[in-house]
Write a protein that binds this ligand. Structure first.
Ligand code: UDP
Length: 336
């Protein structure tokens, strides 16, 4: 069957990863508890409902599909929530991961791609950030991901369990064909909130205008979700070809400020938008930009979408979502 178990495959990055895997000839088996995922996003292979902490259910699914590798993206991602409810993050992200790794090892699966984050670096000492930059996360979300990275390194040495760790910078955009896209509840990310404020004619809050950056707002490295998905596909190929464990940054190497994002959304939507200048949001580093040379060298990977196509694909997706919502209960279940 050439199956790859995609844990968290009904989410934003997971569903784009499934699309990429299916294009490479794999069958993505989505395993998701649908807390943040969407059933209709599992379009490219079988769907199995289950929680990453449920060992019995994982054992069942692994023994019935016998996947050749695993992509692990399940977990909680809201940084603000992680500060309020740290135990939930350690339960989902850390206990969930160790449960999954134990099940994988029992099923004799020894290849895994893990979804990590630039939040493991904390406040960077220099940018662009290389993978050997010290990792000092400043919130429970980043800490939970770093702990899993450390466990994977330990398993590699002691159990020959190989992994590709992908540290995402700011994932954005949507499938250019509009089949899937960003859909978080509640939404906390800049690009979807900027688009939502255009659509609803409400003010976007800008968190901090006094940062030591070119225009006073924070700078982030926005990378298209399909470029991130492509790195997962290549990560699986790397492990299948016998490649060694590695941790890689996934970013474009180019920083864009919050104000520049707002300008780009105005330009692409052709609409004006209100903004409200607000104090800094707790825990936001001024600038996060990836050095992506190692991902390029290891996977032969390159980001292929520029900022315009990121915002354009996000805009088209959110316009589709709004027209679906305005259809109310008559709306089709499928977004295609
Ligand atoms: N941001 C903002 N207004 C919002 C949401 C985000 O000004 O409504 C800023 C946020 O403070 C940060 C940047 O946009 O500087 C990116 O935030 P996001 O939550 O999208 O991603 P993060 O970098 O925190 O992972």
């Amino acid at each position: 069957m050439n199956g790859v178990l995609v844990v968290g495959g009904a989410g934003y990055i997971g569903s784009h990863t499934c699309l990429n895997l299916s294009q490479r000839g794999f069958t993505p088996i989505v395993y998701d508890n649908l807390v943040n995922g969407h059933r209709e996003f599992a379009k490219w292979g079988p769907f199995e409902f289950g929680d990453v902490r449920d060992r019995e259910r994982l054992d069942q699914v692994l023994s019935s599909y016998k996947p050749i590798a695993i992509v692990h993206l399940a977990g909680l991602i809201d940084v603000g929530l992680s500060v309020k409810k740290p135990i939930d993050f350690f339960d989902s992200n850390l206990a969930g991961s160790t449960t999954l790794f134990a099940a994988a090892m029992q099923a004799r699966i020894d290849k895994l791609v893990f979804s990590s984050t630039c939040a493991t670096y904390g406040i960077p000492l220099q940018v662009p950030i290389r993978e050997d930059h010290p990792q000092s996360p400043i919130n429970p979300y980043g800490k939970s991901k770093l702990m899993v990275e450390q466990i994977l390194k330990e398993l590699q040495f002691r159990n020959d369990f190989r992994s590709v760790i992908l540290r995402y910078f700011n994932a954005a955009g949507a499938d250019p064909q509009g089949r899937i896209g960003e859909w978080h509840t509640p939404e906390t990310h800049l690009i979807p909130l900027t688009i939502a404020s255009v659509q609803s004619n409400s003010a976007l809050k800008i968190f901090g205008t006094d940062y030591p950056t070119r225009d006073g707002t924070c700078i982030r490295d926005f990378i298209h979700v399909c470029d991130i998905a492509e790195a997962h596909g290549r990560g699986i190929d790397h492990l299948m070809a016998g490649g060694e464990s590695v941790a890689l940054n996934l970013g474009t190497g180019r920083g864009t400020s919050v104000s520049e994002i707002i300008e780009a959304v105005r330009r692409i939507s052709g609409k004006e938008m209100k903004v409200e200048l607000c104090p800094r949001r707790e825990g936001d580093p001024p600038e996060l930009v990836a050095d992506n040379a190692l991902a390029k060298a290891t996977l032969g990977w390159r980001p292929t979408f520029d900022l315009e196509s990121i915002i354009e694909s996000a805009w088209n997706w959110h316009q589709k979502m709004v027209s679906r919502l305005s259809l109310g209960p008559e709306a089709p279940n499928e977004l295609t």
